[in-house]
Design a protein around this ligand. Sequence first.
Ligand SMILES: C[S@@+](CC[C@H](N)C(=O)[O-])C[C@H]1O[C@@H](n2cnc3c(N)ncnc32)[C@H](O)[C@@H]1O
Length: 245
Amino acid sequence: MSGPSGDPEQEHDQEHDHEDEHDDGHGYRHLRPDRTGQAEAFDRISSRYDEAFPDKEGQLAATEWLVGSLPAGSRVLDLGCGTGVPTARRLSEAGLEVVGVDLSEVMVALARDHVPAGEFHRADIADLRPGGPRDLGRFQAVAAFFSLLMLPRAEIPLALRTIRHLLVPGGLFALSMVEADLDDFPIPFLGGRIRVSGYRREELRAVVEAAHFEVVGESAWTCVPAGPDVPPEEHLFLRCRKPES
Ligand SMILES: C[S@@+](CC[C@H](N)C(=O)[O-])C[C@H]1O[C@@H](n2cnc3c(N)ncnc32)[C@H](O)[C@@H]1O
């Protein structure tokens, strides 16, 4: 059922935006996100990233779920797109309209090279928040593979809210995270350091459901990265849907 605007989605978001006014501006105002070193770390390792993580089975399967579920020409956002390989490239080759966003300028440049038909922006996930500085329009699907884990835990629900806002009603959301009980924790990474967050799998599901997504599928893959300083990881994939209303 739609409200006075006739657009149920807008109504729903307005309700949430109103709630967020009491939260002093979508929750971001109190956060002061600190990205020190994060973009630089990915700038530095960008050319080695795909070699260091060759085991992409789970990601490829989640990408195929999007390809098989979306009509040709659908707009898909690859959030934290990295080099554009394999996700943005596969989505683009499948006839979808791909927009990629990444904090790292070097990753964005590589993605533009790898996926000429895609549109890529250097931006922070936080910039895409409702009322934030970057409005890229609405999408039939969002993929966020191993990018939300670069945020402190306090910010992850806000990023999920941003993704919900970017999706049309019924839109699809493919999420992957590394299973870990960590919050903004510095780890060695390909010769440098990055800060990462994670959850145990039940908790991740709860966080995603609390952000008003339906979880329609879930899988886990054990991944052995090729890098010398990265131990085996459990990769969690959630296939989600934004409810129609
Ligand atoms: C672990 S990589 C994953 C890349 C790609 N999604 C993949 O699965 O191959 C994480 C990516 O997220 C980007 N990133 C980290 N923090 C971000 C932020 N706040 N906003 C946008 N991108 C971010 C990094 O620059 C990096 O390219």
